[in-house]
Design a binder for this molecule. Sequence first.
Ligand code: PBG
Length: 335
Amino acid sequence: MGEGMTTAAFPALRMRRTRATAWSRALHAETVLTPSNLIWPLFVTEGKGVEEPIGSLPGVSRWSVDLVVERAREARDLGIPCLALFPNTPHELRTNDGKEALNPGNLMCRAIGVIKDAVPDIGILTDVALDPYTAHGHDGLIDDAGYVLNDATTAVLIEQALNQARAGADIIAPSDMMDGRVGAIRNALEADDRHNVQIMAYAAKYASAFYGPFRDAVGSGGMLKGDKKTYQMDPANSEEALREVALDLAEGADSVMVKPGLPYLDIIRRVRDRFAVPVFAYQVSGEYAMIEAAVAAGAGDRDALVLETLMAFRRAGCSGVLTYHAVHAARLLGG
Ligand code: PBG
């Protein structure tokens, strides 16, 4: 042991010194969390003046377009920079080819248009995938055996992305995990003169058990045949996540997403270290439900759990987080 080691050790060094007071803890915080780090996912439903609570997501509702606009104002006033919209497409409009996704007058496009008119200074992120529109609940087109077809699906996703961008979407977020779709969507946006429409790729999206309540929220859960393991990633893999991210960046993604969130903080850190690009995480529906269940069981304090989990994403290297707790967190953060 050299002398240097002795001088840097106890009692010359007491790690607790800087933790002793609130002002000192604030001064030494390595990471900050603000409302500008939050993206709020919102579920939209048909009708007027409609709020439909979602049983498996206590505290989260589907809103009709007129009320979703009020939520957008609320978010903007709290300093939340961006919303992520998901439609609960009426069941009679769900088909095997998901063609309602391409309708310029669909629920999603109407919601985008109305929010853009009323609250032009908030960003709108839209999910590109067919699951809220297909009768079988998959993100793409399936063959007779139920296998999700890659290239045929991508051809439809391009049109879905254009449909959303023309309605006013600011960030296109392909969540479908088809190969090659980011480049194909980028080319289509450029050809349509939509140079500033961003792409946030769900780059490392895992076939996860944490998506259940979301599928209830968009009404695809009960319809889903089989699972999504032939297109979403295996939770066993981490090297593969880096390859997925590298490909999506090469194809023109402006930012990448890791999903789910907390169980995959290791992936977030690896992506950030390797690529130094904006990384986002989706703290998904099952994670939200787990926190709410813990609170309901008296096993934890909501405010503290929410802020600690969101800070963990920032510490792991995230630029921002999609979270159903966005408004609650923004209020706690003084937004
Ligand atoms: C659909 C999509 C899913 C989520 C976001 N987009 C579900 C899925 O892939 O089955 C999950 C979000 C959540 O659980 O909160 N492509």
